[in-house]
Structure formats: structure tokens, C-alpha cells
Design a protein around this ligand. Structure first.
Ligand SMILES: Nc1nc2c(ncn2[C@@H]2O[C@H](COP(=O)(O)OP(=O)(O)OP(=O)(O)O)[C@@H](O)[C@H]2O)c(=O)[nH]1
Ligand SMILES: [Mg+2]
Length: 267
């Protein structure tokens, strides 16, 4: 619970059998998470057994997404989440549990909080964030920031994010990407839907096990180009046909204020 509001954590998993148990324990130890949804995306054999062994197993649900892909897995987790705040992270030891407090603190003022992995002081030894990935992510993020004239952005590939449930339900019908560039699609849609959003630095540490995406430079370049294509396509689409996103709403009043008002009405 965070300020009397429930918190769901989504862990998409494909190839994290050896790290998922530790990740669940670490995030659960923060004491602010109410449910963990593990989205098994045709994951490595033995993943379910590792999940079942955790101390948090009574609060952990494993759901299965047969459509292969990072985006498909996260979108499946979103459909199952019930918390007032929904956080997404990866169970590959690259994200640190205590950063959920940082995300939630900002979520009191913002509808969507995106993590950024490009702040030098928070890139730890062994993390897969060399010069190419760091400046590549930064450059594509700046392209997005410029094209949409939005808040300061420094990363387009960070899985760690926190969204309020009512905002998620409003924007998720617009999601379409099943693959690895779902991250920037969600960012663009939250911009086009005029949500109040911010990006905050998170720790980025060494991965356990083998990355299937950014560990390979050729795959990472291809992904970067796909991301640029997606960002430009959404920009042109929204200029040519603003009606596509016309039911965008102005930023809503603060969630906690709303809750306080509801409580007062109940009294
Ligand atoms: N690659 C990949 N990842 C998936 C898939 N389904 C779910 N995921 C999850 O998406 C996350 C990203 O995959 P990673 O292999 O860690 O890729 P990455 O984060 O770009 O690479 P690192 O920076 O080295 O961690 C992980 O939590 C995976 O479990 C899938 O079909 N393919
Ligand atoms: Mg990863």
C-alpha cells in the first residue's frame, strides 16, 4: 500500500529463471507492493517453480501470455492488474526494488512516471548501458521530446514505470505493439492523451542471464530504428488525423485529493 492505495507490480518474464525469485523477494521486501503479477511469456522451463518458491508466493499470481513479445507480455499484465498504482519492472536483476518508492512518490503528483536509465551516477558497474545504448536512448528520447514538445525525456527503453489505474484504463485501448518497442509506444500515447507525466532516474545494474534484445548491437540498432519509425509515424498520424486521439482529456486533479474528497463524501 502507498498512501492508502494498493500497488500492483508486473514482471514480464521470458528468460529470467535464475533471477526471478531474487527479484520478487527484493521488490516484495519494500513492503509497499500488494500483488505481483508474473507474466510468463513462454518463459524458460523452471520459471514457474522458481516463482512458487518465493516468500511472496501468496501475493504473487502467475499468468500466461502465449503471444510472444515484450509488449504482449506487459499488456497482458496490465489487463490482470487490480491495484490503484501499477508498476512494471524486469525480473532480470537490472532494476532495484527500492526504486518503486521513488516511482510512487512521483505518482502522487503525476499520472504516469517513467524511469530513465541514462543518468551516469545510477548506471552501475557491469550494467548493459555503454556509450552506444546510453546516447542512442538519449537521442531517440530527445527526438520524441522535440517532436511532441513534451516533458524532459532521456530514455525510451526503460521498462520501469508506474501508472495510475484510471489513466491506464483510459490509454490502454490505444496500445498496439506486441514487440520490443512497446515502451516508446506507451510513452507516445500517454503524450497524445495529454496525461500528466514525468521521467525520473532509476538505478540500472548488471543483468543476470542473457539479454535477448539489447545485448546484441545489431538487434539494438534495428530496435532503435523501429522506435524512430514509430515515433515519427505517431507524430504524422496525430497531425493528419487529430480525431484519432480526440477524446484526450486535460490533466486530472490529483489522485490523492480525489480520494480525500470521496472519503469526505462517505463520512
Ligand atoms: N526479449 C524478450 N523479452 C521478453 C519477451 N517477453 C517478455 N519479455 C521480457 O521483457 C524484458 C526485456 O527483455 P531483456 O532480454 O531483458 O532485454 P533488455 O532489457 O533489452 O536487455 P538488458 O538490458 O540486457 O536487460 C524481460 O523482462 C523479459 O522477460 C519476449 O518475447 N522477448
Ligand atoms: Mg532487461
Amino acid at each position: 500500500m502507498w498512501c492508502g492505495r494498493s500497488v500492483s507490480l508486473i514482471f514480464p518474464t521470458y528468460n529470467e529463471r535464475d533471477s526471478i525469485r531474487g527479484a520478487i523477494e527484493e521488490f516484495w521486501a519494500t513492503g509497499v507492493i500488494d500483488e505481483i503479477i508474473v507474466v510468463n511469456n513462454n518463459a524458460a522451463d523452471g520459471t514457474s517453480e522458481e516463482v512458487a518458491k518465493t516468500h511472496a508466493n501468496t501475493n504473487t499470481r502467475e499468468v500466461f501470455e502465449p503471444i510472444q513479445g515484450y509488449g504482449a507480455a506487459i499488456r497482458c499484465g496490465f489487463r490482470h492488474a487490480v491495484g490503484d498504482f501499477v508498476i512494471v519492472a524486469e525480473p532480470d536483476a537490472t532494476f532495484r526494488g527500492h526504486d518503486v518508492r521513488k516511482m510512487l512518490a512521483y505518482a502522487e503528483d503525476f499520472e504516469v512516471v517513467y524511469g530513465s536509465r541514462t543518468v551516469k551516477e545510477l548506471i552501475w558497474q557491469g550494467a548493459n548501458m555503454g556509450l552506444f545504448l546510453k546516447w542512442g536512448n538519449f537521442a531517440v528520447a530527445k527526438l520524441m521530446e522535440f517532436l511532441f514538445n513534451t516533458t524532459s525525456l532521456t530514455d525510451v527503453g526503460c521498462t520501469m514505470r508506474c501508472i495510475r489505474m484510471e489513466t491506464l484504463r483510459e490509454i490502454e485501448p490505444f496500445f498496439s505493439v506486441d514487440g520490443s518497442f512497446f515502451g516508446p509506444e506507451m510513452m507516445v500515447i500517454s503524450i497524445l492523451k495529454n496525461t500528466r507525466m514525468i521521467q525520473v532516474p532509476v538505478n540500472y545494474t548488471k543483468r543476470e542471464g542473457t539479454s535477448s534484445v539489447t545485448g546484441n548491437t545489431r538487434v539494438a540498432i534495428g530496435l532503435g530504428l523501429q522506435m524512430i519509425g514509430l515515433i515519427v509515424r505517431y507524430r504524422i498520424q496525430s497531425w493528419l488525423n487529430p480525431a484519432l486521439f480526440e477524446n484526450a482529456t486535460l490533466p486530472t486533479i490529483d489522485l490523492l485529493t480525489e480520494a480525500d474528497e470521496e472519503d469526505k463524501e462517505d463520512d
